[in-house]
Design a protein around this ligand. Structure first.
Ligand SMILES: [Fe+2]
Length: 349
């Protein structure tokens, strides 16, 4: 047995996430390393690039849900070409994270040129479509029935909205008549209704007042640097229900996080970009999921030259969809690698 296994380990037991109260447990044995598991309630890694191309082959293909819970869904989307229809989610807000690619996101309040590392917050009831795609778009989308809003803790040091937040550029032209019909797909939960128009309904002449759709890049999200460990990541967004939070968790100068019991939140981390790996995670679009109450540590964050990642915490208890299961691997909760027991018959997938 390696010496480190019996060195004192600091475990943090948190109620209500980073808001506390917290209890610190000192324990000799290192518990995140389980040998194997039987059953369904397991930490996973999703290799989102593994989702087969044919899932998105249909020109009318819509995003695919991989994890879902009450009031929240986590979805994948891939776009190689422009959409010939509009899409509007009227019951939920959508946070799009661009894992890779470059293209035009065209919304009813204007057009955004998006690129790798962009977050785009599209509030419910805003119609949009993908326009010209310069490089295939791969995105990971958080869909919440509660309002999701930018709420950066420690601003402007952690994120400066005055410098790094922007909005779509209005089209400044009318929507033109179409030869046939223009379809807009209206989503209500998991149901879809199509409306048809004789003009392109999306372009606008101008937009005045508060921004509706906002965009910023993960490169402009900074962690809170501390000499000693223990400081929680900086919150970036929250939902009005208090059930969902987004944090920037890229590399930062701090001690390795303690072993963690997160009693009230599922943790989903999306690794955005290197150059450094984060423990056993080194591919953009790797999504790790630790269900609430499952002991975990997670890799060292203090790595040079660094990496970019973000964390979703939700009070909802997530479960995998069949599409999620197809790209999921059992995860160990020390370095967040694929668990050595992955694929063994006693381990449920
Ligand atoms: Fe944690």
């Amino acid at each position: 047995m390696p010496d480190e296994v019996l060195a004192p380990n600091i475990e943090l037991f948190s109620r209500n996430g980073f808001a506390g109260p917290n209890t610190t447990i000192v324990r000799a044995q290192y518990r995140p390393r389980f040998l194997r598991a039987r059953g369904e309630y397991l930490p996973r890694r999703f290799h989102t690039w593994d989702l087969p191309a044919q899932v998105f082959a249909e020109p009318k293909a819509l995003p695919v849900t991989i994890l879902e819970g009450e009031g929240i869904g986590l979805e994948l989307n891939r776009r190689a070409a422009a959409m010939s229809f509009g899409y509007v989610n009227v019951w939920a807000d959508e946070l799009h994270y661009i894992v890779s690619g470059r293209g035009q996101l065209d919304t009813e309040v204007g057009t955004l040129e998006v690129r790798t590392g962009d977050f785009v917050l599209i509030p419910r009831a805003v119609t949009y479509r993908w326009g010209e795609i310069a490089e295939e778009i791969n995105e990971f989308i958080v869909v919440t029935t509660s309002e999701l809003r930018l709420d950066p803790e420690g601003a402007p040091a952690t994120f400066n909205p005055d410098l790094h937040l922007d909005r779509p550029v209005p089209h400044g032209r009318p929507g033109l008549p179409v030869d046939d019909e223009y379809e807009v797909v209206v989503r209500t939960g998991d149901r879809f209704t199509s409306y048809f128009y004789d003009v392109d309904p999306i372009p606008c002449l101008d937009v005045i007042g508060a921004p509706l759709v906002v965009r910023f890049n993960i490169e402009n999200v900074q962690g809170l640097a501390v000499a000693e460990g223990g400081l929680a990541p900086a919150q970036l967004m929250s939902s009005t229900s208090g059930r969902d939070f987004i944090f920037g968790v890229g590399s930062r100068h701090s001690a390795r996080p303690p072993v963690h019991h997160n009693a009230d939140f599922d943790e989903v981390i999306c690794y955005g970009m290197g150059p450094s790996p984060w423990g056993s995670v080194d591919t953009p679009g790797t999504v790790t999921w630790t269900p609430k109450g499952i002991l975990h540590q997670g890799p060292e964050e203090n790595v040079q030259p660094g990496y970019r990642a973000w964390l979703l915490e939700t009070r909802s208890s997530l479960t995998m969809t069949p599409a999620g299961r197809d790209i999921a691997y059992l995860m160990e909760t020390d370095r967040y690698g694929v668990h050595p027991a992955e694929g063994q018959p006693a381990t449920a997938r």
